[in-house]
Design a protein around this ligand. Structure first.
Ligand code: PEP
Ligand code: MN
Length: 346
């Protein structure tokens, strides 16, 4: 249930609602706008009818059921869109944000030259995998801690926040010491233990959609993060499995980008690299993603894609990335736009 406080409500009235929500057996999550406040009452097994009766309490405008199983990520529980602050870069604001860098961190030289080039071309967050979820155990698994150290060095020298993947609950503390944002990879979208522990960490999360996940499952995965207390979540559409498995690596589901922005208040970005698996499709897919309303992109870039230790076929070289960025200026932020709430990392 969502309890909408009326304009001009008092703190006492709000506190009364919060207390009643708890007494009814639900957890209250309060969002404050400039004039209004919304109390989302979530949980199961509480006294629903008693909650509904709060419609008659002083200072309450309305009590509305939340239409979807994902509650805290639902657009209904926030009047405004969420902005996520990643080391000073805002995702979900007016400007689309581009994250770029190699699939895997391979060496200082590779990371450094990529970072300089992508920053000069207009990217504002550096990506780079230290721990890689590879389909085959014989493929390059990432440089681990060594890569984290390189990410931190380059971050400090170049002045760019860093996003990198966390695969195991054991690594959350370590990776949080090095990165500005933690990526939950597609394969781990439904690793609920990982999500639960990440909900308690103080870093923003980039939550990729699982290759076989429905939009509802993806948003419920985000719900784990918010329910545990981490509101700094960016959703990432990275392509799903479809019957097409020959010409493209995955099927970039752009409708899901628009849908997730309609259903939730969270920023949504697209990954045209994994979403297509083909470097020749990255530019058109990027333009399409922004046109449909994506809050940003995450793109794989390598100084020499043919020598990349992972995902070379879908990596742009430095010049190709610069050309792509030139074609992306004045992103078309179609139809979906509303004022945003700032949520900074705790
Ligand atoms: C990656 O970002 O390199 C990656 C492995 O992504 P995904 O989890 O979307 O496959
Ligand atoms: Mn990759």
């Amino acid at each position: 249930m969502v309890i909408n406080m009326a304009p001009g409500f008092t703190e006492e009235q709000l506190q009364h609602v919060i207390d009643r929500v708890k007494e009814c057996g639900f957890q209250p999550h309060v969002t404050r706008g400039t004039e209004r406040a919304i109390v989302a009452a979530v949980g199961s097994g509480g006294a629903r009818t008693a909650l509904e009766a709060l419609g008659a309490a002083p200072g309450v405008d309305s009590v509305v059921p939340i239409a979807h199983p994902f509650k805290l990520v639902s657009r209904q529980t926030r009047g405004e869109r969420t902005r996520v602050n990643v080391g000073g870069v805002i995702i979900g604001g007016e400007e689309a944000v581009v994250m770029a860098g190699p699939c895997s961190v391979e060496s200082r030289e590779q990371l450094f030259s990529t970072a300089i080039a992508v920053k000069a071309a207009g990217a504002s967050i550096l990506r780079g995998g230290a721990y890689k979820p590879r389909t085959s155990p014989y493929d390059f698994q990432g440089l681990g801690t060594e890569a984290l150290k390189l990410l931190r060095q380059v971050r400090e020298e170049i002045g760019m926040p860093v996003v990198t993947e966390v695969m195991s609950t054991n690594d959350i503390g370590l990776i949080s010491d090095y990165a500005d944002m933690l990526q939950v990879g597609a394969r781990n979208m439904q690793n609920y233990d990982l999500l639960r522990q990440l909900s308690k960490c103080n870093k923003p999360i980039l939550l990729k959609r699982g290759p076989s996940a429905t939009v509802k499952e993806w948003l419920l995965a985000a719900e784990y993060l918010l329910a545990g207390g981490n509101e700094n979540v960016v959703l990432c559409e990275r392509g799903i499995k479809s019957f097409e498995n020959e010409m493209t690596r995955n099927t970039l589901d752009l409708a899901a980008v628009a849908l997730a922005r309609q259903l939730t208040h969270l920023p949504v970005v697209a990954d045209p690299s994994h979403g297509t698996g083909r470097r020749d499709l990255i530019a058109p897919a990027s333009r399409a993603a922004l046109a449909i309303g994506a809050d940003g992109l995450i793109i794989e870039v390598h100084p020499c894609p043919e020598r990349a230790l992972s995902d070379g076929a879908q990596s742009l070289n430095l010049d190709e990335f610069a050309t792509l960025m030139k074609g992306l200026h004045a992103p078309i932020r179609a139809l979906v736009s509303s004022p945003a709430t700032t949520v900074s990392p705790r």
